[in-house]
Write a new protein. Sequence first.
Length: 263
Amino acid sequence: MRRACLSAAFALSVLTLVACADNASTENPTGPTPAPSPSATVRAVVVSSTSTSSSTFQMGARADMSDGSSRDVTMLARWESSNPTIAPVSTAGVLTVQGSGQVEVRATYQTVTGAMSILVSGPTRPATFSIVGVAIETAPSSKVVPGVSVQVVDGPDAGKSTPTDAGGLYRFDGLQSGPLTLEARKSGYLLWRVTNLMLDRDRQIQIVLFPTPPKNADGADATARCSDGTWSWAQTRAEACAANGGIAYGVCPGPLCELNTAR
């Protein structure tokens, strides 16, 4: 028995292959390997590899028979990868590198299995992160708001959008690292926006929506939201929401805007 190691490195550091396998074959300098006799059985299956591109390898399988002969069984063997997420192998023995890690490639022929251990390094992918959160209406309601359109409007993933579900929840996965702007819109509410949000880790962002202030019979916008959920058009703090539990927040812009500490 002889232990053999094979290594290959490719440009742009796309992939590095290191493979070790038991090799029980012997060289035959005298000519072609004779065909196995009808009664010969498989003694061992030896797996090998040849690069066909920077990310694919043609695996080979050779069956060593009990009578000393050998034969190529690459197209007859059943191929398996111990980690198809990193490097799947086709029925024809073509290994495609999609990630990085240790993979064992196995070939089975007539119940005999041979294997090769391979350390692969796939193309570097940019780090990605998630943003999750819930959309609620500001106090005094504080209820969850379904059907809000949440959108990335600036940054590497500009244009991605998702709605909030029945529980007001939203989620973005696979967002690239970097600064971004996030907006939330729904009819009946003012635009919500957060700018220059640095996405360098997974984040939880709560969306707090303010209802669009109503107008009175004269067409004037409300100046404050009262603690009982009603609206006030008073111009002074003393007058606003005096009989309605006090001011929940002042409407901005407006004469009571300085009272709004929730924004």
